[in-house]
Design a protein around this ligand. Structure first.
Ligand SMILES: Cc1cc2nc3c(=O)[nH]c(=O)nc-3n(C[C@H](O)[C@H](O)[C@H](O)COP(=O)(O)O)c2cc1C
Length: 277
C-alpha cells in the first residue's frame, strides 16, 4: 500500500524543473495535467489549476547531516532559516520555500526511525558496515527484523535456519578474533548474530543458511541496522563459542548495530551488461 499527497499549482512546468533538477526527485508518473514526484518513499503530485495551494509543508529527509548541509549550500537563496538542531524533535533541519511559496523542510533525524526504505532503495543502499554507533539496538527493532526473517525461502520449506544473537561483549570479542582483520568488524558492534542451519532438517541446509543470512542482512537494513557478511565462520572454534552442534552450518556471523556513518559510498560496481552472459 502507498499514498500520494496532491497540491494545486499555477506553474507546473516550472515546478517540474525545480523538484527534479534542483531537489532531486524523479517523476514517478505524468497524468494529464498532473505530475507525480517521488523522493524515496515520498510521492506527491502537482496539478495545473487556475489557483494554487501553498499550505502545509513538504519535508525531505536525508540519511546524514552533511546531506542537509549540502542542500542548504544549494538553496541558500530560497532558505528561510539556517540548518540547526531542533531539540524538541531531535532533528537537524532548515526551511526554504519553493518558487510558488510552498514551505519546504530539509531534515535529518538525529535518532533511529522506523522502516521507510522502498525496495529499490533498500537493495541499492545496503552496504557492508564495519564501524557502529555505541547506541543500543532495542528489542522492539530486533523483533521486527526477526519477524521479516521468518519469510526467507528454504528448500522444500524446511525452514532449517536459525539465529544466535550474541550480546555478551566478551563473546563478541572472541568471535571478532577468529579470523583476524577479516572478522574484526564484529568487535565494533553492540551485537553479533550467527546465522546457522540444521543439517538434520534439510538436505540443502547450506543454501538455506546462506539465503537466510542475506535475508537477515536486508531485513536489518530495512530498520537502519548495519551488517557485514564475515566469511568462513563455519568452523569448530565458532561452534564451540556459540554452543552450535558440529554438524550444523554457520553461514556467517555478522556484526549488528547502527552504522557509525550512514550513507556509505557504493564500492565500484561493474556495468549491468557484465552480469548478463
Ligand atoms: C561471501 C562474502 C564474504 C565476505 N567476507 C567478508 C569478510 O570476511 N570480512 C569483511 O569485512 N567483509 C566481508 N564481506 C563483505 C564484502 O567485502 C562486501 O560485500 C563487498 O566489498 C561489497 O561491499 P558492499 O557489501 O558494501 O556492497 C564478504 C561478503 C561476501 C558476500
Amino acid at each position: 500500500m502507498s499514498g500520494i499527497v496532491f497540491f494545486k499549482t499555477k506553474m507546473l512546468e516550472q515546478l517540474k524543473e525545480f523538484y527534479t533538477y534542483q531537489i532531486g526527485c524523479e517523476i514517478w508518473l505524468e497524468q494529464a495535467d498532473c505530475a507525480l514526484f517521488r523522493h524515496g518513499n515520498f510521492i506527491f503530485g502537482l496539478c495545473q489549476r487556475d489557483e494554487h495551494d501553498a499550505g502545509g509543508m513538504l519535508t525531505f529527509f536525508y540519511e546524514t547531516r552533511e546531506e542537509v548541509d549540502s542542500m542548504y549550500e544549494k538553496f541558500k537563496d530560497i532558505a528561510v532559516s539556517e540548518p540547526a538542531h531542533n531539540e524538541k524533535y531531535e532533528i537537524y533541519q532548515f526551511f526554504a520555500r519553493d518558487p510558488e511559496g510552498r514551505m519546504l523542510e530539509f531534515q535529518y533525524f538525529d535518532h533511529p526511525v522506523d522502516s521507510h526504505l522502498m525496495a529499490d532503495e533498500l537493495l541499492l543502499t545496503r552496504r557492508s558496515i564495519r564501524k557502529f554507533k555505541e547506541i543500543e539496538v532495542s528489542q522492539k527493532i530486533l523483533d521486527k527484523v526477526f519477524e521479516l526473517c521468518r519469510f526467507a525461502p528454504t528448500s522444500m520449506n524446511t525452514q532449517s535456519y536459525y539465529f544466535k544473537i550474541v550480546k555478551d561483549k566478551k563473546v563478541i570479542e572472541k568471535l571478532a578474533g577468529v579470523r583476524g582483520k577479516s572478522s574484526s568488524p564484529i568487535g565494533n558492534a553492540p551485537l553479533a548474530v550467527a546465522i546457522c542451519s540444521d543439517s538434520e532438517l534439510s538436505r540443502r541446509h547450506i543454501q538455506d543458511g546462506c539465503i537466510a543470512a542475506y535475508h537477515f542482512l536486508l531485513a536489518s537494513w530495512t530498520y537502519g541496522l548495519g551488517t557485514c557478511w564475515i566469511a568462513a565462520m563455519d568452523r569448530e572454534e565458532v561452534k564451540e563459542i556459540l554452543n552450535i552442534p558440529e554438524d550444523h552450518y554457520v553461514a556467517t556471523v555478522t556484526p549488528l548495530g547502527f552504522p557509525q556513518k550512514p550513507g556509505k559510498e557504493v564500492p565500484e560496481r561493474k556495468d549491468v551488461s557484465w552480469f548478463l552472459r
